[in-house]
Design a protein around this ligand. Structure first.
Ligand code: NAD
Length: 508
């Protein structure tokens, strides 16, 4: 794959592509791998770096600054100072304009940003482009929303007073994000937070810091003032140190986290001492129900869209498939046929639909879940093994899955469809709700009464009915139960980053 020498007008890191030639970004702009703090590209205070690996080639493609608690302190200080200017000395219209410029730059750079995303994350280029568009859509949406953050004038109970409710930005927001959507998970939070007037300190996932740094570069070009958008890359060990600092610092007003439920719970506990707002977008365990009244072709298309995007590594991925007995075999046959068209390979190659899982640990976990299900009696219809010598897991279809198997309960985070049979509507709903998670859910039915009945009973924050790809900037994204608290996207996304102030004005 030909690498573009102007990749991101890149000036931060050196990339070695295994493909046709070596590509050293530092040859063009020699600052090396840096964190982005207060508008400057800085080494970590400790001068330490860590390697970023291309999950397809398994080669280290960049060395990035490995920040620690001291770097975090500097970034938070910068964000605190910048917050006052950004929130008090810019108008909503100016913030709106900056977000719009940022959107324009990202759209113009779609191809380059997507290539970088695929290099460090592995997903197919078409999906990476989709992610860049999805990320940009939040900047576009919140560019508009910035101008509509309204307050209220409320009735006083006595004469001689006026009462107001105003919405104020919450302050400095610490953002911690996962590797599966390294650009979009930041943009989804940043769009709303910046519109509200907040400043950000971002700790991207250790597997995918480059996309975050690319966002920082574009944010600077868009005119986001110094200190308003900071990025602190860190490896797993230092992540724990930084996150603890961010949670415990009284200078940080909000933690906005997307990632696993286990880490989310930890951050919630760590934030308790400062009673700061904590917004959590956590793991899912989405039910995917196919009723006998479903249009099976629509259900199969929904399954492919929901299950195989990002090789199954999405929080809204269909995880538990429940198929009504009467149409089970027919559905499985059609799904197997659709799955046979999926193509494993290097995400940079246009025909690839299934890239690698993020790392060795992820492959092992998926493989273990499949093996355990097979050992307990599941039937393998397709896949069930690693593709070649890569971190790619073949699209896999299992039937005869029962509740004593781990795969029936755990978030698989891989391209595996594990089908359980159900008898009737009550059985389906009971099984679907039997989970401590409740992020997305899907069901397929053409029976209108059933659609309304079941729709009301599924315990998830988001529901796709006869649809497998549901997320957009205009809709509120988030979960119930242990899938998190708070919503991102839509006007609800602004709530996360604002707080109400009541003002009582004596007029007589
Ligand atoms: P993860 O929780 O391991 O990592 C997420 C972030 O937390 C990363 O930046 C990581 O560096 C950081 N982190 C890891 N250990 C930490 C610690 N001890 N203290 C503080 N921070 C720490 O999750 P992941 O493996 O990167 O992502 C997969 C998970 O994220 C899945 O469960 C998935 O469902 C979830 N997810 C949820 C959403 C959503 O919107 N609800 C979106 C994408 C992913």
């Amino acid at each position: 794959v030909a690498m573009k020498p102007n990749l991101l007008q890149a000036k931060l890191w050196s990339i070695t592509a295994s493909s046709c030639r070596e590509f050293h970004v530092k040859d063009y702009l020699p600052q090396g791998a840096r964190a982005f703090i207060n508008g400057k590209w800085l080494k970590s205070i400790s001068k330490q770096t860590f390697g970023v690996t291309n999950p397809y080639t398994n080669e280290v493609i960049a060395d990035v600054a490995n920040c620690d608690g001291t770097d975090a302190q500097i970034a938070v200080q910068a964000a605190r100072e910048a917050f006052y200017k950004w929130s008090l000395e810019t108008t909503a219209k100016e913030r709106s304009n900056v977000l719009r410029r940022w959107y324009d730059i990202i759209v113009q750079r779609e191809s380059q940003l997507a290539e970088l995303l695929t290099l460090e994350q592995g997903k197919p280029l078409a999906e990476a482009k989709g992610e860049i568009q999805y990320a940009a859509s939040f900047l576009d949406y919140y560019s508009g929303e910035a101008r509509r953050i309204h307050g209220q004038v409320v009735q006083p109970p006595v004469l001689g007073r006026q009462h107001f409710h105003t919405r104020e930005p919450i302050g400095v927001v610490a953002v911690i994000t996962p590797w599966n959507f390294p650009t979009a998970m930041i943009a989804r939070k940043a769009g709303a937070a910046l519109a509200a007037g907040c400043s950000l300190v971002i700790k991207p996932a250790e597997d995918t810091p480059l996309s975050a740094l690319a966002l920082a570069e574009t944010s600077q070009e868009a005119g986001i003032p110094n200190g308003v958008f900071n990025v602190l890359p860190a490896d797993r060990l230092r992540t724990a140190e930084i996150s603890r600092y961010l949670c415990e610092s009284p200078e940080v007003d909000c933690i906005s986290f997307t990632g696993s439920t286990a880490v989310g719970k930890l951050l919630l506990v760590q934030s308790a001492s400062t009673v700061k707002r904590v917004c959590l977008e956590l793991g899912g365990n989405a039910p995917f129900i196919v009723f006998e009244s479903a249009d099976l072709d629509v259900a199969v298309a929904g399954a492919i869209a929901s299950k195989f995007r990002c090789s199954g590594q999405t929080c809204v991925s269909a995880n538990r498939f429940f198929v009504q007995e009467s149409i089970h075999d027919q559905f499985v046959e059609k799904l197997a046929a659709a799955m046979s068209k999926l193509v494993c390979g290097n995400g940079l190659e246009p025909k690839t639909t299934q890239g690698p899982l993020i790392n060795e640990k992820a492959i092992k976990k998926v493989h273990h879940l499949v093996d355990e299900a097979l050992a307990k009696g599941a039937t393998l219809i397709a896949g069930g093994k690693v593709f070649g010598d890569k971190h790619i897991y073949e699209p896999t279809l299992l039937t005869g899955v029962t509740t004593d198997m781990q795969i029936a309960h755990e978030e698989i985070f891989g391209p595996v469809v594990a089908v359980q049979k159900f008898t009737d509507e009550e059985d389906a709903v009971t099984r679907a709700n039997h989970s401590r998670h409740g992020l997305a859910g899907y069901f397929f039915s053409t029976n209108l009464s059933q659609v309304f009945r079941v729709g009301r009973r599924i315990q998830t924050g988001m529901l796709g009915i006869n649809e497998g790809a549901i997320s957009c900037a205009e809709a509120a994204f988030g979960g119930v139960k242990e899938s998190g608290m708070g919503r991102e996207g839509a006007e609800q996304g602004i709530d996360e980053f604002t707080q109400w102030k009541y003002t009582c004005l004596r007029t007589q």
